[in-house]
Design a protein around this ligand. Structure first.
Ligand SMILES: [Cu+2]
Length: 97
């Protein structure tokens, strides 16, 4: 992640896969699932400082919308987040695996 955006913003991986979010920016960031499936601040030191990283393993298939609580804003009418947001698509493992 860079300042105020995730790069890439949209990622796809298979279930069981892990993603590492690296803060390559100059200010703090975090990674939070809109529906509450995960929050990168939990069990850690809070927001991730420049140079820090956070990894998460996705054990359930689905589409996860993420945002940074420091650099995204929620539209109270629609409930949608804008700004530093992204989408992670976790696909089912291929048959036979
Ligand atoms: Cu941020």
């Amino acid at each position: 992640m860079l300042d105020n955006r995730y790069v890439p913003a949209d990622v796809e991986l298979a279930v069981g896969g892990a993603l590492e979010f690296v803060n390559d920016g100059r200010v703090d960031h975090n990674v939070i699932d809109v529906d509450g499936a995960f929050d990168s601040r939990e069990g850690a030191v809070g927001d991730h400082k420049p140079g820090e990283s956070w990894s998460h393993t996705f054990t359930d298939a689905g589409v996860y919308s993420i945002y940074c609580s420091l650099h995204a804003t929620r539209n109270n009418a629609t409930g949608e987040w804008s700004g530093m947001v992204g989408t992670i698509t976790v696909t089912e493992a291929p048959p036979g695996q």
